[in-house]
Design a binder for this molecule. Structure first.
Ligand SMILES: Cc1cc2nc3c(=O)[nH]c(=O)nc-3n(C[C@H](O)[C@H](O)[C@H](O)COP(=O)(O)OP(=O)(O)OC[C@H]3O[C@@H](n4cnc5c(N)ncnc54)[C@H](O)[C@@H]3O)c2cc1C
Length: 355
């Protein structure tokens, strides 16, 4: 395979000669693509297939709507960057926030000056009234399949299939020990999702390390469901806290947020998935009369229960670590910020609740 010859970036005379990105999820791939675009030689390591862990599946929710104005503004920037990547990566159906928590989200959107519509016309797979509800018209379905195809294509020359088992700081760089080979790099971006904490600790970085279980389930929309349903987040404590959106045509993905008794790591994956399945099917039966409650498919992942929406960066020497929850919607922004931080030897501002 032809590997493109990197073109030095004229504004960064001291740019690193080599960068390792650990993780080929959406954040690692976005970073790799941004570095390649800036002419920096990169190796992007992953222990499995690209987009195989937290970035797996075919769809996610995009939204400007957040509880924190700085995250609203980050989402606005990310939306523009998604469009620069390519058209059609986000299906602009809108995102509805309903329930008692909706007010908090509109306050943050108002502070950021982005449009929202109170008591909007709803296209949701339920005939129940939803009050209060607000529409984020810029929201929609992120097509993970299209984003993945684009990023893998752009990063192809850099991808390495190998398990990184150690990072070792040396005076002249960081040695990445992966798959029986040890290689020195000028800089490392740690974008390894659930694999961040053990590698980060080896170089004196301690991002939050808690893990919990989460599972999302997909169902069929009934023929009576409205076409092009909006993405939907329910925030009230009276109902279950959920997120929902269409995936493949005619399908509806539902994620229910359960408490620690059902999701903490010690519960075990099998029991946690069983609890999530029972709660989600009950929710669908009780609340979504336009959805067939038979499960079509499921998606499991780990989450960090101590984190909420937010983008977080930490640096120790030559290693920059990125982490957070619900990062997909920010991916192009994260890629750009990580690439610039590598070139400038800086740390981007973290956004969202402190960790
Ligand atoms: C069901 C579900 C629903 C979600 N909904 C939304 C949503 O609606 N909107 C939104 O914005 N976000 C959502 N998210 C969150 C979002 O998808 C994740 O935050 C994002 O994909 C994380 O990307 P990442 O690159 O940081 O991590 P990952 O995708 O987990 O990538 C990390 C990569 O690092 C690799 N790795 C780890 N350790 C090592 C090692 N030692 N050596 C080599 N490779 C290693 C892994 O194999 C993995 O591929 C959802 C996530 C899930 C699972």
């Amino acid at each position: 395979m032809m590997v493109p010859i990197p073109v030095p970036h004229p504004t960064h005379p001291t740019q690193p000669r080599s960068v390792a990105v650990i993780g080929a999820g959406v954040t690692g791939l976005a970073t790799t693509a941004a570095l390649l675009e800036r002419g920096v030689p990169v190796a992007c390591f992953d222990r499995g297939a690209p987009l195989g862990e937290r970035s797996a599946g075919e769809s996610r929710i995009f939204r400007y709507a957040h509880r924190d104005p700085v995250l609203v503004e980050a989402a606005v920037q990310a939306r523009a960057l998604f469009s620069e990547w390519a058209e059609g990566l986000i299906e602009p159906v809108g995102t509805v926030i309903s329930g008692g928590g909706a007010q908090e989200w509109t306050t943050a959107m108002a502070a950021s000056g982005v449009e929202y519509i109170e008591n909007p016309g709803l296209r949701l797979p339920t005939s129940r009234r939803q009050e209060p509800a607000v529409l984020d018209p810029a929201g929609g379905v992120i097509r993970v399949d299209r984003v993945g195809e684009l990023l893998v294509k752009r990063s192809q020359a850099a991808l390495r299939s190998a398990y990184v088992y150690a990072l070792e700081e040396k005076p002249d760089g960081v040695v990445v020990h992966a798959g029986g080979v040890s290689e020195r790099f000028d800089a490392v971006v740690l974008a390894a999702g659930s694999g961040n904490a053990p590698l980060a600790a080896q170089v004196g970085l301690y991002p939050p390390a808690d893990l919990a279980h989460h599972a999302r389930f997909t169902f069929r929309l009934r023929e009576t469901a409205p076409p092009s349903p909006q993405c939907w987040i329910t925030t009230s404590s009276a109902e279950m806290h959920t997120y929902q959106h269409s995936g493949a045509p005619g399908q509806w993905a539902v994620g229910v947020e359960l408490g620690p008794e059902d999701t903490r790591w010690e519960v075990g994956r099998e029991a946690a998935v069983a609890a999530a399945e029972a709660a989600t099917v009950t929710y669908v039966k009780n609340e979504l009369d336009l959805v067939d409650p038979e499960i079509v498919s499921s998606l499991y992942c780990t989450t960090n229960p101590t984190l909420d929406d937010g983008i977080h960066y930490r640096r120790q020497g030559r290693v920059l670590c990125v982490y957070g929850e619900n990062l997909f919607k920010f991916a192009p922004l994260i890629g750009r910020e990580c690439a610039d931080a590598v070139l400038n030897e800086s740390v981007p501002d973290s956004l969202g609740p402190a960790t």
